[in-house]
Write a protein that binds this ligand. Structure first.
Ligand code: HEC
Length: 136
């Protein structure tokens, strides 16, 4: 039996409240993700598509092997012990190894992380991003 003072529209209001809550959460999520999808400023005139930032290249390509703890002997992002002797070789060597591929003591670094469609600048940006995660 229904109590006489129950408001018949209260369950409708509850459903409406949930819907509004979900919509607000989605807007908040979209806003939180926006900075990640921002494109880096275009350098030079030859680029057709806006170049990816170093962080974007890491997150879409290099992460496959360089995510901690490191796959197939790859030095993991943020692992200072793994990166220190590599950084000591100098940025030019690191960049060359990333661009041209490199077989070292721990494994095989494929040319451009197997993304030969990416520009040299994008790959070097990713090297700088990874180095930046341990050089403090
Ligand atoms: C398929 C796995 C794989 C992917 C993808 C990958 N790497 Fe590597 N990378 C390796 C491995 C393994 C090594 C370690 C090689 C060694 O020293 O024996 C390495 C080493 C490196 C080094 C250090 C080179 C040196 O001289 O010590 C750099 C810099 C590097 N990778 C950059 C990148 C960048 C930038 C990307 C993304 C564009 C990337 N890697 C994607 C596997 C990968």
């Amino acid at each position: 039996m229904r109590s006489p003072d129950q408001n018949p529209s209260s369950s409708f209001m509850a459903v409406l409240g949930i819907l509004v809550g979900v919509a607000v959460a989605q807007v908040a999520l979209a806003a939180a993700e926006a900075p990640l999808t921002q494109t880096a400023p275009v350098a030079g005139t030859a680029a057709v598509a806006a170049p990816l930032s170093g962080q974007q290249v890491y997150r879409t390509v290099c992460i496959a092997c360089h995510a901690p703890p490191g796959v197939g002997g790859a030095p993991a992002l943020g692992n200072a012990d793994a990166w220190a002797p590599r950084i000591a070789q100098g940025m030019d060597t690191l960049a060359a190894h990333a661009l041209n591929g490199f077989t070292g003591k721990t494994g095989v670094m494929p040319k451009k992380g197997e993304r030969i469609d990416l520009s040299d600048e994008e790959i070097i940006g990713a090297v700088e991003y990874m180095v930046g995660q341990v050089a403090r």
